[in-house]
Design a protein around this ligand. Structure first.
Ligand SMILES: O=C(O)c1cc(C(=O)O)c2c(n1)C(=O)C(=O)c1cc(C(=O)O)[nH]c1-2
Length: 258
């Protein structure tokens, strides 16, 4: 039996394959985000999203440190390194994680309850940890490719910013600093990650691996919203479950729920 070695895709085809994943699987298509952006979420649902997303934010620098740890190339590490201080800041109370905490406080959550992690849903915990594990265990160019969801985040982020300013005015504008900063950082990070993915995924196997890595990351983000929707739904416009539609008894509220 002979193994067929496929030719690598040319640059254009490879980038088109990556972009196609985002068009169909990125979390801007999730009903929870769509309800958020049309102003339909309650304060409780917004707070649940913020406190659960904080768990993701906390783990991003750990994911980036795993990429650095696995990468033997100083020129790549030099490019990637700033991602850690973007989130952790150079000093206390600076950087993305501190900004996300300010968003949480502006939404009425206490710093203590956010940092305690007690509202983090099991599905969110598993999804986020899967992302860190992926970066630890996969070849670093594939872990870099998995960050390419950020190619698609600026559009969602500007839509979200407009939605928060228009519909969720009970959150003070200073709370939105995180989103404004990401509008600058995400396009730069995505361009850098795309450049590295194209440069180092040179075989067809690595290219296909990069497309799968990006699909996996879309699943991470999607699963987080599934968990939120299940715990805090129904969303407006979604049929509420009635006693007649389910034979299961109403579950007791989960411990840690907001
Ligand atoms: O709010 C969002 O929709 C969103 C999405 C993503 C993303 O697409 O991965 C990131 C972020 N935000 C974000 O704030 C962030 O810092 C970030 C880092 C990464 C990454 O994979 O390295 N993605 C994202």
């Amino acid at each position: 039996m002979s193994t067929v070695i496929l030719e690598p895709w040319d640059h254009e085809t490879f980038v088109a394959q990556l972009r196609a994943v985002g068009m169909t699987r990125y979390h801007h298509l999730h009903p929870f985000h769509q309800a958020m952006n049309r102003g339909a979420l309650s304060p409780e649902q917004i707070r649940a999203w913020i406190v659960n997303r904080f768990y993701y934010q906390q783990h991003i620098p750990m994911k980036d440190a795993a990429i650095l740890a696995n990468c033997p190339l100083p020129e790549v590490r030099r490019l990637w390194l700033h991602r850690i201080s973007d989130h952790d800041g150079e000093h206390e109370d600076e950087g993305g994680i501190a900004a996300w905490l300010k968003l949480a406080e502006a939404s009425g959550l206490s710093r203590e309850e956010v940092l305690s992690g007690r509202h983090v849903l099991p599905g969110v915990r598993f999804a986020v940890e899967a992302y860190v594990t992926f970066a630890r265990q996969q070849p670093w160019p594939l872990a870099v490719a998995s960050s390419l969801t950020e190619l698609f985040s600026p559009d969602l982020m500007s839509e979200r910013l407009a939605a928060f300013e228009r519909y969720y005015t009970w959150i003070s504008p200073e709370g939105l600093t995180y989103f404004r900063a990401r509008l600058q950082q995400a396009p730069r990070d995505a361009a850098q990650a795309l450049e590295l993915t194209v440069r180092y995924c040179t075989t067809r196997q690595l290219q296909e691996g990069a497309v799968q890595a990006l699909a996996f990351k879309c699943d991470v983000l999607w699963s987080m919203l599934d968990a939120l929707q299940f715990a805090y739904g129904p969303l407006p416009g979604e049929p509420a479950q009635t006693a007649a539609s389910t034979s299961a008894p109403t579950p007791a509220p989960q411990e840690g729920r907001l």
